[in-house]
Unconditional design. Structure first.
Length: 348
């Protein structure tokens, strides 16, 4: 790659002006286009999915920018279907999300944009998601839901919770997020075990695990898991990975946390396990259908925490995302391997 070649970088979703300025400082070889009036506004820090209505004139301007772009920050939410046709010279898209595999396949970008590299935001959400898992485990072990119920009713009745020391946490999918979940759990003196697609030559201690299992050893992990965290992405192999049979393997009263994708678990089987009492509770950040339908029994279960796919969000998200993007821009300009390149076959 020639050291004097210039590239046009177009931001397709909102980023705070101070972070755009950080991108501009990376290299004079980047022509960075940030037309905030043409982009969806941000409803909360780190929001990249809001809707926008452009005037005819604005739409003409936007499509002209897409046509000249070489690099795209995020997938254009206003032209998902026809992005390959409107942006024919895109060489690289840096996503704002980690779980883009199913979206890329659904849009057939892997086939319709064969010369485009897709990079994920993997790692930028590890801290908030690990904190969400820790919060959920502490919430259930210390009886927070019961505490809040009694406070609302102005009812005073002492009770005994439990603690997490020596409890076994099973993590399905120990990547960047799973490793951070494990680190925090070990700080609480929990025993932590996990699964990973590839286990050969990996020392479990480097992942903050007491034991590492292969995907084929999932039943062995489930039988031990008093707390279970699902972090695995949605792929053909992981769709409904956890069903009635798998839930039955968990110890009675186990607590489940899903921060991966809703399709990884059979939601009806989950509901039935909660209703029967075999599953003691669940903290759910993702669901089969989002938003969660108002008639879902999960809304009213006293042993369930429903989070609107916000466990990963943080007011620091765009700062971390900018760190990643700047590093990848430097690598791109130096013709070095990019971080977090999506494997379009494995879908992560």
């Amino acid at each position: 790659m020639s050291s004097d070649v210039r590239y046009t970088l177009l931001l397709a979703t909102y980023l705070e002006p101070e972070y755009v300025e950080r991108l501009r400082q990376v290299s004079p070889r980047l022509n960075i286009i940030y037309e905030s009036e043409l982009l969806p506004s941000s409803r909360y820090p780190g929001d990249h999915y809001n809707a926008i209505t452009r005037t005819d004139e604005q739409e003409i301007r936007w499509q002209a920018l897409l046509k000249q772009a070489d690099i795209l920050f995020d997938f254009d939410p206003t032209h998902r279907q026809d992005l390959p046709e409107l942006a024919p010279q895109i060489r690289w898209i840096q996503a704002s999300s980690a779980g883009i595999g199913q979206f890329v396949r659904r849009m057939q970008y892997d086939k319709r944009m064969p010369n485009t590299v897709f990079t994920t935001a993997s790692g930028t959400h590890a801290q908030p998601l690990a904190e969400f898992c820790t919060m959920a485990m502490l919430m259930f072990s210390r009886g927070l839901l019961q505490m809040l119920d009694q406070q609302r009713r102005k009812h005073w009745q002492r009770y005994a919770g439990t603690d997490l020391v020596g409890r076994t946490l099973g993590i399905i999918g120990v990547g960047k997020i799973g490793t951070e979940v494990a680190r925090m759990a070990q700080a609480l003196n929990m025993r932590v075990i996990g699964t990973k697609r590839r286990t050969d030559g990996i020392d479990p201690a480097t992942l903050h695990l007491d034991a590492l299992y292969s995907a084929e050893q999932l039943p062995e992990l489930l039988r031990q898991s008093e707390y279970l965290v699902l972090v695995t992405p949605h792929t053909e192999k992981t769709e409904r990975l956890i069903g009635a049979e798998e839930l039955a393997l968990l110890p009675s009263g186990a607590m489940l946390i899903n921060i991966g994708r809703g399709a990884v678990i059979d939601q009806q089987a989950l509901i039935e396990a909660l209703q029967s009492g075999h599953l003691g509770g669940a903290a759910l950040d993702v669901f089969e259908t989002e938003p969660l339908p108002t008639d879902s029994p999960l809304w009213e279960m006293t042993n369930v925490l429903v989070c609107p796919h916000s466990g990963s969000t943080s007011d620091r998200e765009n700062s971390r995302l900018t760190d990643l993007f700047c590093e990848n821009l430097r690598r791109f300009l130096a013709d070095q391997p990019l971080l977090n390149v999506l494997d379009v076959e494995a879908l992560y």
